[in-house]
Design a binder for this molecule. Sequence first.
Ligand code: SF4
Length: 389
Amino acid sequence: MIESKSFEELIEQYRDIIDDVSFPTVKEWKSKHAGGKVVGMFPVYTPLELPHAMGMLPVGLFGAGGRVEIDHADSRIQSFVCSIARSTLELGLRDMTKDFDVLWFPSICDVARNLSGIWSSNFPNQQVSYIHFPQNMTSPAAITHYRTELRRLLSNLEELDGKKATGAAIVSSIQAYNQNRALCEQLYAIKRDTPWLLSTYEAYVLLRLATMTPVEEHTRILQDILPMIATRNRKPRDYVRVMIEGSFCEQPPLELIQVIEEAGCYIVDDDLLMHTRWFHGDVMTNGDPLLALAESYIHQSRYSSVRHYGNKPRKEQFVQKIRAGKVDGVIFNAPKFCEPALLDYVVLKDELEKQGIAYLAFEYEEKMGVFESIRTQVETFVESVLFFS
Ligand code: SF4
């Protein structure tokens, strides 16, 4: 029971759940929902509301976090691609994703596209859909295109389940995710305004839980836990305020986040886990719900290297985020072999140099086990920021 545990005990309990690559929450959900379908969602920007409206469980697919050896996947996908693609495939080839009925892969990069094709041919019993996002965000046709795409995805689910999703059910799902997103925003507001009360490690554990838990359950957890954060007896420290950039898809090892924090940083903003928080604010719930989701993608989704940006270049949105968070320095923390993140790094670091904002850059992979050199780099970075500010 949540009320009988301290905040720290709850975080450790949730940490065990998110570290378990056998998907215990999926198994539990399936045992309670006979015939219920589970939709696995590769990051980023996958529309969770659609499976939810069908009574299905949407679950984030973020690879294996270094907890399985890559024994089989290298025979199907190149060894020089990001860890998330290889280890997600490895989970499939080890039969660890057999509880998933459907898999969605978004059009974020060539690797995700290839993985979608590989998955279709290796797992013919699972329904696989590739999501075509609009590429020209300023075209008047972009919203119509994406609405059509959402309708196609929903029709695929309807065909699998033999029933239709009603408009009212989609609206109700949008409301459920709006409510949850607002609570996730509260976590981020705490991180930004009083970072000593909530570490990014703790916020991450809570947000990662959202990728594998029914949204209503996760909302209840946040409603219970948010008041506990406010009462924590923790004092501010002489830390620098940093923002993490480049971790929008494959997730860094949690130990890496902890090392950055222990080295003297408050991570006041980041692009981790865009799974549940890709829209700014609420999706509209009056009118056509699919159109509302499509409009939100075009007008309200957060920037990242895998989202085409329209009229406002990414670097402008990046700098705006830095200013809003009163950030002292940026840590580029990108997965090895992630072309979108590493290509953007060049543009974004140039902008930081122009603006006179300090930055540090390194890459990670799932199998990383030693963080001491990164700890030293971050400590030096912190000292230089403190010295020059
Ligand atoms: S980590 Fe980068 S390269 Fe790999 S699937 Fe994600 S966006 Fe694509």
